[in-house]
Write a protein that binds this ligand. Structure first.
Ligand SMILES: Cc1cc2nc3c(=O)[nH]c(=O)nc-3n(C[C@H](O)[C@H](O)[C@H](O)COP(=O)(O)OP(=O)(O)OC[C@H]3O[C@@H](n4cnc5c(N)ncnc54)[C@H](O)[C@@H]3O)c2cc1C
Length: 554
């Protein structure tokens, strides 16, 4: 045997599993196809948002949360409805219990801290028990994704029980009574920057044996062919143009390898992509897109200028909005707002798009409560291919249509829509559900401080019918693409992270964790996520699989 356990994939779930194995005294070979500078996988690029329940951070913000409320939200969002949901449902219960209990104290003990203002992601907005978070639960890691990766890297780097082998791409897996064998190719050394596509050239083959293997190789979001292949039928045709929210290494290659070895993949057509993607003006990976994390005020209109229906408002129901857009055959939609609202409400996901939080720069961070966009959002306003600004609706629409090379947006209709919206806002009360939901959101201190603009008209009320921007102007329109990101289905696993076969029995010696296992069970989220549950799912499933494998080979 070359090691007690082989871990395939050095993203967050693989690092956590490796750290657990090493702590239990097991020897580990950690294989990853990417060069050493990419250790940490997607989590390094992530915003570091974690779904946690009933925390001191929530209580300080006067948020009343509980495990029961979180579980009700989870089940309402997941919509588990098929026999393949047996293990996913059990994982969901276990995960919510973990996120309400041990998760925070475990991470706190490793030195992880959180930005004090808990964010309210995926508000849902429909009647109970439907989709969405009833309360804010998205805890941004202080230092974002890199600060979540580092404690686990620290635990395994320099540990003499762990061999980290980069540029080792796995292409075969065999199981037998004596353990597992992992085969693949050593790729040519590469100095590409972290996250950039690395070359595929092969130097030689490799083969290692161990008592067990943990597959932690991520999802399919970087492989548009697979995304198209498994695109759910009820979302319409996959859009012609999609942009990519994950690095190229998120290619889904290990799913096929695991299947060939006898593992069962379930819930393949469940995915989590975003309707609010913009083209990165400084791309790192192929077709690199950034997700806008929107506050609730912008008008959201489809490619033809029609407003998205209730409750598809920015930040409420990502997948509901995506389905609405793609099932009508469109590949884009628009946010229409003004600069004042951009400043308060448009945040960008990703560690490199939040230098203040990632760099733990309190001085720079304090500017977020002042009016105006972050430097990263300003860069998109200046250089982003999808942003247009104008002093009047007529000019704005001319620029929107020029950008798409169509005449799909009608200036008169858009002006009327904005005027109607403005009337609701200036009334101080209003009947429009988006306007009332936005006002209600401001009852939450975190939203009022930094996420939800003071309600105000977008157009100048002194010049009715002219469609001229008001004091919060100029007007801004943002073209939004479909951005691929996460895989909700995956390798079916039991509560020990053991990969199951078609007859439900464990595949001997094979475990899985993270996105490749649908973050646990083969689909812990069901059909929809509450956000912050992906990193959380990697932490939980990596820990479970690491501890179970360590016990099994001990
Ligand atoms: C920009 C961005 C922002 C995000 N923000 C958040 C957030 O705020 N909150 C949240 O919960 N989630 C967020 N996510 C999602 C989250 O980061 C990922 O779902 C999670 O990190 C996936 O981790 P993983 O360990 O499962 O896989 P990955 O991070 O994808 O790692 C898999 C590793 O396996 C390697 N690999 C793959 N195939 C092979 C093979 N055949 N042989 C050898 N090695 C292989 C890859 O090179 C990679 O290093 C974000 C993601 C991105 C990209």
């Amino acid at each position: 045997m070359d090691a007690d356990v082989i871990v395939i994939g050095a993203g967050l779930s693989g690092l956590v599993a490796t750290a657990e194995l090493a702590a239990a005294g097991r020897s580990v070979i950690l294989l990853d196809g990417e060069p050493a500078q990419s250790l940490g996988g997607q989590a390094y690029w992530s915003f570091g948002g974690l779904f946690m329940v009933d925390t001191p951070e929530q209580r300080r913000m006067r948020v009343k949360d509980s495990a029961a409320l979180a579980l009700a939200d989870w089940m309402g969002s997941a919509g588990f409805d098929s026999p393949s949901d047996y293990w996913p449902r059990r994982w969901a219960e276990a995960y919510v219990s973990f996120a309400s209990g041990e998760l925070r104290s475990w991470l706190y003990g490793l030195g992880v801290r959180w930005f004090p203002v808990v964010q309210w992601a995926e508000r849902g907005g429909g009647p109970i028990p439907g989709h969405g978070n009833s309360v804010p639960r998205f805890h941004i890691t202080w230092g974002t994704g890199p600060a979540l990766v580092q404690p686990f890297l620290d635990r395994i780097r320099g540990n003499d029980r762990v061999r980290i082998l980069n540029r080792h791409k796995v292409s075969g897996l065999e199981t037998g009574p004596d353990g597992v064998r992992v085969n693949g190719q050593v790729l040519l050394a590469s100095t590409v920057p972290r996250g950039a596509r690395s070359p595929d050239g092969v130097a030689r083959d490799f083969s290692f044996s161990a008592s067990a293997v943990i597959i932690s190789s991520g999802g399919i979001g970087g492989n548009v062919d697979l995304v198209r292949k498994y695109w759910p039928a009820d979302w319409g045709r996959p859009p012609e143009k999609m942009i990519i929210g994950v690095p190229d290494f998120v290619d889904g290659s290990m799913l096929q390898v695991a299947e060939q070895a006898g593992g069962r993949v379930i819930n393949r057509t469940r995915m989590w992509h975003y309707p609010e993607g913009v083209i990165n003006h400084a791309p790192i990976w192929t077709e690199h897109g950034i997700r806008i994390l929107p506050g609730p005020s912008a008008l959201w209109v489809d490619a033809h200028g029609e407003r998205l229906p209730f409750p598809l408002y920015p930040g409420f129901d990502a997948l509901g909005a995506l389905r609405h857009i793609t099932s009508r055959g469109d590949d884009h939609s628009w946010f229409v707002l003004d600069l004042e609202t951009v400043g308060k409400e448009l945040a960008l996901s990703g560690s490199e798009q939040n230098a203040d939080l990632t760099g733990k720069d309190i001085r720079q961070l304090s500017t977020r409560v002042r009016p105006g966009p972050t430097p990263e959002v300003q860069a998109f306003l200046r250089r982003g291919a999808d942003f247009v600004t104008a002093g009047s609706v007529d000019d704005l629409v001319a620029r929107m249509n020029k950008l798409t090379g169509t005449d799909h947006i009608d200036a008169d209709r858009l002006r009327q829509l904005i005027e109607l919206r403005d009337q609701q806002v200036v009334s101080g009360l209003g009947k429009d559900p988006q306007v009332t939901a936005t006002a209600a959101a401001r009852r939450y201190l975190g939203d009022r401080l930094s996420r939800v603009a003071t309600p105000h008209p977008y157009l100048d009320p002194r010049r009715p019918g002219a469609g001229i921007a008001g004091t919060g102007g100029p007007l801004v329109a943002v073209r939004l693409h479909v951005l691929t990101r996460k895989t909700l289905g995956g390798l079916e696993t039991d509560l020990d992270g053991r990969v199951l076969t078609a007859d439900g029995s464990p595949l001997p010696g094979v475990y899985a964790a993270g996105e490749v296992s649908g973050f646990g069970g083969g689909g812990v989220h069901g059909y929809r996520s509450l956000e912050g549950t992906f990193l959380g799912g990697c932490l939980f499933s990596g820990r479970v699989a690491g501890q179970a494998a360590a016990a099994a080979v001990g």
